[in-house]
Design a protein around this ligand. Structure first.
Ligand code: SF4
Length: 225
């Protein structure tokens, strides 16, 4: 079976590979498909895309970039994503729109590329809304006339050798999910010299270190929660 495999990130792709092997799908039969306008901001987008490229090299997988020429530079799809979720900014409506956007693009590419089926590495994630994802894949399959390979890969185990040293994200992807992940923490705020990280009387965290343009203060090391 010639399969177009939408990949959201390197780690989910690594988790997906054992499931493909069980289905008898070899690396040569699968083309990894990068189309994720939901990943923000730009540096995060670049990190995840680079990690995916590295994994594809390690696993000898072909990689295709699904972003259309002229769509947005580098395929960074902030504007397209914002348009897709406008008016549906809360979960689960936002995620349903996000899944539909990615599955429709993948199904279209699968049809145009003569693939037998398409699927997505998102099906391996414990963080995603599995039912909505399945529905989005099936709807896209019907719209474009190409099969959606549904497999629940949430119990798969990735080969740790494939993911060694690869960048791993800490939130789903969009700016909304980044807020959901970090809004309750103050870990990334600069602590004042006395170690008291509480808010200033004004209600805003006080900045005790002056910022000098072109000379970032590197004495404070951020810790990742
Ligand atoms: S939380 Fe994740 S799935 Fe939901 S809209 Fe944001 S990037 Fe997409």
């Amino acid at each position: 079976m010639k399969l177009l495999l939408h990949a959201c990130c390197a780690w989910c792709l690594a988790k997906c590979l054992p499931g493909l092997a069980l289905d008898g799908i070899q690396a040569a039969d699968a083309t990894v498909f990068w189309y994720n306008p939901n990943i923000h901001p730009l540096i995060e987008y670049r990190r995840r895309r680079k990690a995916l490229r590295m994994l594809c090299e390690r696993a000898s997988l072909a990689l295709a970039d699904g972003h259309l020429a002229g769509e947005e530079r580098e395929g960074y799809g902030l504007v397209a994503f914002c348009r897709a979720v406008h008016g549906r900014e809360t979960v689960p409506e936002r995620c349903a729109a996000c899944y539909a956007m990615r599955m429709r693009r993948t199904a279209k590419a699968a049809k145009e590329g003569g693939f037998d089926a398409f699927t997505t590495t998102l099906l391996t994630s414990l963080q995603q809304n599995h039912a909505l994802l399945k529905a989005a894949g099936e709807a896209a399959a019907e719209e474009f006339g190409v099969a959606f390979l549904y497999r629940d890969g949430r119990g798969n185990e990735a080969d740790a050798r494939l993911t060694k040293w690869l960048y791993k994200q800490s939130y789903c992807g969009c700016v909304f999910s980044e807020y959901d992940r970090y809004h309750a923490t103050t870990k990334h705020l600069w602590p004042p010299p006395d170690g008291n990280s509480g808010p200033s009387p004004s209600g805003f965290p006080s900045l005790h270190r002056p910022f000098v343009a072109g000379c970032p203060d590197t004495s404070h090391k951020e810790s990742t929660p």
